[in-house]
Design a protein around this ligand. Sequence first.
Ligand code: C5P
Length: 405
Amino acid sequence: MHNLKGKHIVLGITGSIAAYKACTLIRLFVKAGAEVQVVITPAGKEFITPVTLSALTSKPVVSEFFSGKDGSWHSHVDLGLWADAMVIAPATAASIAKMAHGVADNMLITTYLSMKAPVFIAPAMDLDMFAHPSTQDNLAQLKRYGNIIIEPAEGELASHLVGKGRMAEPEDIFTFVGKRLAEKQAPETLRLNGKTVLVTAGPTIEKIDPVRYISNFSTGKMGYAIADACAEQGARVILISGPVNGLETRYKGIEKINVVSASDMYEAATKAFPSCDAAILCAAVADYTPARCAEQKIKTHAATALELTPTQDIAAALGRMKTADQRLVGFALETNDEQEHARAKLKKKNLDFIVLNSLRDPGAGFACDTNKVTMLFADGKTLDFPLKDKHEVANDLTDQLCALF
Ligand code: C5P
């Protein structure tokens, strides 16, 4: 059982039949020592009464913008600052849609928009609503905004003979959120406290003419997860990001520098590195760029060959700049003779360790939410990891980085 003594949890309840399960969830949080403030939507109150909820939390339930009794204003901004976590369980398709689009027409959504703490969302609806592209798009959007979606594990779904969309069990939500909260420590005990970490992420775009470019399939998910994992350990994080599709970090304090081309990324990274303690180079930087970008759109029949010139290797440049106090981590995405190629890159770029992922492993590499990596160290050590969520991989990487200081 996690010790959540002194932790503040805002529990958002929306209008689903699973609302009754919020009672169990509250009891688990309260038993673990947390204070729980319920914010409920008007539809939520049709499923469970505020009287039950306030009895369990020992706090008045917040539902309206103004108190019915004395007209005083309920401050969603204060709740956003008070909370260590916001948990929305159950979250209906309608509330998920409103959150994804900022439709702040009730106290719960308003509180969500003011929230400074991590937000956990447990969807609850029938399979058709859950599977609808609208709902899936909204959930994907919420993930990109840094929210954490809690769904039942596959095994659990099978054992309950009901489909996806069903809310995760209160015990599982409690364990998930509790683990994350228990990990949050005092700043001085965080392992990267006082350190500055540079992270590069995403693809680069190399322009051919005003309408065409060369790029790759990198989404930036791995790099953004690493930026968050370092921030979670107390680091000041500078994230140099190539063009990504609406992706956001969970930690709002991360200093993000947006770049487009390999040359922009090189400039930004070499400028920032001297003031950093470590750099983690996760970006999929183009190795070649068009020798020149045509001013006008190249006519369909005018071009049969494209002249390319090599870009500068950022990792190698930082490897040359690196002082004895700095650490440098690179990535290698390989398709064959993986370890051999990765070891060669580790050496050539003067890295402390390199994170190898192979496109031969299903679920690894670009675009997916999971990755399977091997870490190869300058001292010859090799660590193999199983297939994991990219956030877990980011935690493993951060652990190894911390051990090098
Ligand atoms: O040589 P390769 O591109 O496979 O090396 C991958 C590693 O080098 C990654 O860490 C990547 O971010 C980095 N890299 C870089 N600048 C380049 C090319 C790769 O920083 N121009």
